[in-house]
Design a protein around this ligand. Structure first.
Ligand code: SF4
Length: 358
């Protein structure tokens, strides 16, 4: 942190008082906030909230906590059970890491670690998540800077540098550390996140309603709408695929994805990438051959499903065909149409099912 950033003790006290008072009156009633002393509940919530909006997370969180109410029930779950409670939430690596960490802890007879440093040794827990769990569930004086907090700080302290550079990241964490009060650290971290989520929003901050309005440097010089400064992200590549929805006696051929990487461990319909429209017929033929499906299967295109991921835009040209034979290889299954909904699948696959009206 540069010396000019260091808020004086009087400013820090004023920020603590105003922000905590505002939080006490305005905090949204969220399911994980009813269990702040439960580190497992905080852990699950923090992992689900990574890259995902609060309103999307709530129903998943409630269903997940009903089925896996504690560390032991999570550790005992099968991969398919876990994924079927995560499907649709995306970023499946999060679920795999959560599961792996639960199994590691229970195998050693340990509970969830009670410090940010120890939490960071678990798979899938980075600096922010460790700080959030440790401060909220254990009251540790640990900072937690997520995207919301970074935006609030960039405006509060009028930080004009790109917030993604390592120097600015260090500065933001240093500010967060310096601003933490001696008590109620978990509430203070949550209050900062809450302020970023509902008042100091990305497009149109509601400065007139902000408890920190009088301390805000950006507001004083009217720079808030140009902050935070972010490097422009490169254009997202588009990746075309063909997908075969092959039906045999009312059952569909599905294959299991490898455990690591995109949609790890989920089930999907046979698919492959293709380079250009010219290559598409050859890609379909190869896909049929790879799954021992008849080359003369009359595959009919039902349309294209488009699915956006953070770093790419996926297109799936979705073909449907009825066959009388097909593969029985390891990692593949024929699943009756009415059982597909019970199978853990990505949102993209669900869109294909809807498109083909299975
Ligand atoms: S005054 Fe406005 S810009 Fe400053 S922290 Fe509050 S909402 Fe954000």
């Amino acid at each position: 942190m540069t010396p000019r950033d260091t808020p004086s003790p009087a400013v820090r006290r004023s920020i603590h008082r105003k922000l905590l008072r505002w939080y006490d009156r305005n905090a949204r009633d969220l399911p994980w906030r009813r269990r702040t002393a439960d580190p497992y509940a905080q852990w699950v919530a923090e992992i689900m909230l990574q890259q995902t909006q609060v309103q999307t997370v709530i129903p998943y969180y409630e269903r997940f906590m009903r089925r896996f109410p504690d560390l032991r029930s999570l550790a005992a779950a099968t991969d398919d059970e876990l994924l079927s409670h995560w499907q649709g939430l995306g970023y499946y690596r999060r679920a795999a890491n959560l599961h792996k960490a639960a199994k590691l802890l229970t195998a050693d007879g340990r509970d969830i670690p009670d410090s940010a440093d120890a939490l960071r040794t678990l798979p899938g827990i980075g600096r922010y998540t460790a700080g959030a769990i440790a401060s909220i569930a254990f009251g540790e004086r640990a900072p937690a800077v997520d995207g919301n907090v970074a935006r609030v700080f960039a405006r509060l302290f009028n930080i004009r540098e790109d917030i993604a550079t390592s120097a600015t990241v260090r500065r933001l964490w240093s500010l967060a550390d310096c601003l933490l009060p001696a008590r109620r650290c978990g509430d203070f971290n949550q209050a900062l996140m809450e302020l970023g989520a509902v008042v100091c929003t990305p497009a149109s901050p509601r400065c007139d309603d902000c408890p920190l309005g009088n301390s805000c440097k950006a507001r004083a010089i009217n720079t808030q709408s140009s902050l935070p400064v972010k490097r422009r992200s490169p254009a997202v590549p588009e990746v075309p695929h063909v997908v075969i929805l092959a039906a045999r006696n009312g059952a569909y051929l599905v294959t299991k994805r490898p455990p690591n990487g995109l949609w790890g461990g989920l089930w999907e319909f046979p698919n492959t990438q293709y380079r250009s429209k010219r290559n598409r017929p050859a890609s379909i033929s190869r896909l049929l051959a790879d799954h021992d499906l008849p080359s003369n299967a009359n595959a009919i295109c039902k349309g294209t499903v488009t699915h956006r991921l953070t770093h790419r835009l996926m297109h799936f040209d979705t073909y449907h065909c009825i066959v009388e034979c097909g593969t029985q290889r390891r990692g593949t299954r024929w699943v009756r149409a009415n059982r597909l909904s019970a199978l853990p699948m990505s949102t993209a696959c669900r869109k294909m099912i809807a498109l083909a009206q299975i």
